[in-house]
Ligand binder design. Sequence first.
Ligand code: UFG
Length: 342
Amino acid sequence: MNVLVTGGAGYIGSHAVKRLHGDGHRVVVIDNLVRGHRAAVPDGVTFVELDLRQTEAVTDVLREHGVECVMHFAALAYVGESVEQPLRYYDNNVGGSMSLLRAIDAAGVKRMVFSSTCATYGEPAPEHMPMNESLPQQPINPYGWSKLMTERALIDYAVATPDFAFVAHRYFNVAGSAADGSIGEDHRPETHLIPILLQAALGQREHVTVFGDDYPTPDGTCIRDYIHVEDLIDAHVVAMDALNDTGTTGGDSGGGGRFFNLGIGRGYSVREVIDAAKRVTGVDFAVKDGARRAGDPPQLFADPSKIKRELGWSATYTDIESMIETAWKWFQAHPKGYVDDA
Ligand code: UFG
């Protein structure tokens, strides 16, 4: 199949490119390289440096490569930054997605897999754990809203376009990297827990700060559902195949849209992740207790039973140590990340 991967030079998108390319699909990447790394895209994959808001150029790429399915990862994805720069987030994430949809419409592409987020649910009450797809969606930051607005536009477009079908995956905390160590996680700035722990293990940080130890959780730190990036991408491939098999049938939303929470179905606390990272690396790096980070819900973990029931997908990495091991392999081999930006 001819597949366009938007954001294919980013952390998650590059893992999609690797998998699709390895499976024999013809992959074309569009990335504006604002956050992505050119070196994350392998040789043999067509790379187009382009911003999604360039609708005509995107349409040309779709036509030129006969794209049959779009995997849409490209987005800005820092919650804190989205609070400080909301217009940038709406412009990039919503504006970019609307432009992409206009290009998809013009070129007649019929399938899309969209990267959404558990941040569209906001802060569900503890009794709503594990979180299923029918929880109310009440984002608490512009990042979550930008993804929810795009979900809404997709639903409406699919209703109006009966032969267009999509799957929106709502990610929990994506972790780890390709088991072969070829690509990895390189965010600048880095804000995610596991890469920060590994940077501390490498001696690149003097200490790690725990953002709050007085949450209403067993050890007082926040609980998150960590899903390995290769499992996450497997769920995208499964979704793409389901779109091929079923076309527009089976939608959740009155049109050809389906929504899935992607997690492993259990949570790990910040302290549990820190202890696991110390075991994996063998380094007893310094840890300090700090204040809560604004906007962090005490716990978020998925009920992944819908995707298992409907698409037969479930995670293969189910313990945090094995996920961290893959990330550690990349960090040890690439202590400065991608060299094109070093
Ligand atoms: N944390 C620390 N210290 C750090 C970094 C993180 O204690 O130095 C804690 C956070 O407070 C949080 C947990 O580790 O409790 C995980 O934090 P991350 O920043 O790794 O991940 P988030 O859960 O904040 O964010 C993830 C995705 C977002 C998405 C969000 C949905 O990265 O894109 O889940 O809530 F929006």
